[in-house]
Design a protein around this ligand. Structure first.
Ligand SMILES: NC(=O)c1ccc[n+]([C@@H]2O[C@H](COP(=O)([O-])OP(=O)(O)OC[C@H]3O[C@@H](n4cnc5c(N)ncnc54)[C@H](O)[C@@H]3O)[C@@H](O)[C@H]2O)c1
Length: 389
C-alpha cells in the first residue's frame, strides 16, 4: 500500500517507520523541508535499532529507506498517489481542516483520509470535505512503532467500509485496533484523564505529596506514577489535552485543569525535556526554568486511599464514556491496558471491587461540605443504572 503521511514530526516519523517495517511505501510530507530531513533521520535511527536487535535485516532496512520512503512536496501529489493518507501535523483545527480540504479534492474517491489528532473532533476536521465518508481518526500512541493500540475513530459521516479498511490496515501492522466514536479524547485520553487530574487535586489540597502518590500508584501495579508520567510526556502536552477536554465537556468540574500544571508551564518547568518538572533530572538547570512551590502537605492519605481515589475516578469516567456509546466496555478495558499500560481495565477493576463499593466510595467523597466536591465526585448515570440492574 502507498501511505501518505502529512507532518514529519514525532508522530509522523514514528508512523512512517511502522509502515515501512510492514512493507508499505511511504510518501512523507511536511510544510517545513528541514522537518522532512529530520523525520527521515528519525526513521533511519528507528530502523537501525531494529537491525541492531535482529528484528530487521540490513537488506530490508536498506530498501525501506532508499526505495520505499519518498519525500512528497505537495498535498496534491500526495493525495493523487497514496492509497491512504495519515495526517500528523500540528494539533490545530483550522490547519487540519485546510489540509483535509486539499487532500479531499486531490485524492481519488477510494482513498482513506485519516487524522492522528489527540483531542480535536474528527467530524469538525472533515467539515468541508466533499466525501466525508472516507475521513476517520487513526489515533496512534507515542512511540507509534512500540505502542500496541490504535484507536480507529468513526466521525459522524464515516462509512462502515472506511472503518473496516482502517481496522484491517492497523491490524496488518500487528497493532490492536479499537473502534470508537468521535467524542472528545476518544477512549484513552478521556478515561485516563483522572489518572493525572485526581493526583493533582490531592496535591492541590495538601492531602499527599507527589512522591507518596507516585509510590502508592506504582506499588498498585501501574508502571509509572502520575507525576513521573507527566514529567515524561511533558507537563505542557498533558495540560494542552486537559484544556481541550475541559472545553469540549463545557467546563465540567471533573475535567478542570489543575492550577499546579498551569504554574509549572508558566515557569517553563515542563518535565524531563526541560531538565525538571515534578522531579529534577538535570544537574544544572537552564536559567529560564523557574521554581514552583507546591502546597504544603497537611494530610497523609494512606496509600490504599490514594489508589482508590484515582481508580474510582477512572472507573466513573469509563462509565460516562460507555454510557455515551463511545465504545463497548470490553474495548474500553482493552484500550486502557494497551494505550495507558494499566494493570487492569476500569470495568474489570469495578468488577473486582463491586459496583456497590464503587458507588459508596464516590458518594463518600461527594458528601463533603463543598459544592465543588459534589460536582466532581458525582456518580456517572451509567454506573447507577448498571448497579440497579
Ligand atoms: N506526541 C504525542 O504523544 C501524540 C500522540 C498521539 C497523537 N498526537 C497528535 O499527532 C499530531 C502530531 O503531533 P507531534 O507530536 O508529532 O507534533 P510535532 O510538533 O512533533 O510534529 C508536527 C509536524 O507537523 C508539521 N506541520 C505543521 N503544519 C503543517 C502543514 N500545514 N502541513 C504539513 N505539515 C505541517 C510541522 O512542521 C512538524 O514537523 C498532533 O495532532 C498531536 O495531537 C501526538
Amino acid at each position: 500500500m502507498i501511505v501518505g503521511i502529512v507532518g514529519a514530526g514525532t508522530m509522523g516519523a514514528g508512523i512512517a517507520q511502522l509502515c515501512l517495517q510492514h512493507g508499505h511505501e511511504v510518501l512523507l510530507h511536511d510544510v517545513d523541508e528541514a522537518a522532512i530531513a529530520r523525520g527521515r533521520e528519525r526513521v533511519a535511527q528507528g530502523l537501525q535499532r531494529l537491525m541492531a536487535s535482529g528484528r530487521l535485516s540490513d537488506e530490508e532496512a536498506g530498501t525501506a529507506l532508499s526505495l520505499r520512503l519518498r519525500d512528497a512536496y505537495g498535498l496534491d501529489a500526495l493525495g493523487a498517489e497514496a492509497d491512504l493518507v495519515i495526517e500528523a501535523a500540528l494539533e490545530d483545527l483550522e490547519l487540519k481542516r485546510t489540509i483535509f480540504r486539499a487532500l479531499d479534492s486531490a485524492a481519488g474517491p477510494d482513498v482513506l483520509l485519516a487524522t492522528n489528532t489527540s483531542a480535536l473532533s474528527v467530524s469538525a476536521i472533515a467539515e468541508g470535505a466533499a466525501r466525508p465518508e472516507r475521513v476517520l481518526g487513526m489515533h496512534f500512541f507515542n512511540p507509534a512503532p512500540v505502542m500496541a493500540l490504535v484507536e480507529v475513530v468513526a466521525a459522524a459521516a464515516t462509512s462502515r467500509r472506511a472503518m473496516d479498511t482502517a481496522v484491517s490496515f492497523v491490524q496488518g501492522m500487528g497493532k490492536t485496533a479499537v473502534a470508537c466514536r468521535d467524542a472528545p479524547g476518544f477512549i484513552v485520553n478521556r478515561v485516563n484523564r483522572p489518572f493525572t487530574l485526581e493526583a493533582l487535586r490531592m496535591v492541590e489540597a495538601g492531602e499527599a505529596s507527589v512522591e507518596a502518590i507516585d509510590r502508592a500508584i506504582e506499588a498498585a501495579g501501574y508502571p509509572m506514577g502520575p507525576f513521573r508520567l507527566m514529567d515524561l510526556v511533558g507537563i505542557d502536552i498533558n495540560l494542552a489535552v486537559a484544556r481541550a477536554l475541559y472545553d469540549a465537556f463545557d467546563e465540567a468540574e471533573r475535567f478542570r485543569p489543575s492550577i499546579i500544571q498551569e504554574r509549572m508551564v508558566a515557569a517553563a518547568r515542563l518535565g524531563r525535556k526541560s531538565g525538571a518538572g515534578f522531579y529534577v533530572y538535570a544537574e544544572e538547570l537552564d536559567r529560564s526554568v523557574g521554581v514552583v512551590d507546591l502546597p504544603e502537605v497537611t494530610g497523609s492519605l494512606p496509600p490504599e486511599e490514594i489508589v482508590a481515589r484515582v481508580e474510582l475516578a477512572i472507573i466513573n469516567e469509563a462509565y460516562h464514556a460507555a454510557g455515551e456509546d463511545v465504545a463497548d466496555p470490553p474495548d474500553i478495558d482493552l484500550a486502557m491496558k494497551l494505550g495507558a499500560n494499566h494493570p487492569h481495565g476500569p470495568f474489570e477493576r469495578a468488577g473486582q471491587l463491586g459496583l456497590r463499593a464503587v458507588i459508596d466510595g464516590r458518594e463518600r467523597l461527594a458528601g463533603g461540605p463543598q459544592a465543588e466536591a459534589r460536582e466532581r465526585f458525582r456518580v456517572a448515570p451509567a454506573l447507577w443504572s448498571m448497579a440497579s440492574l
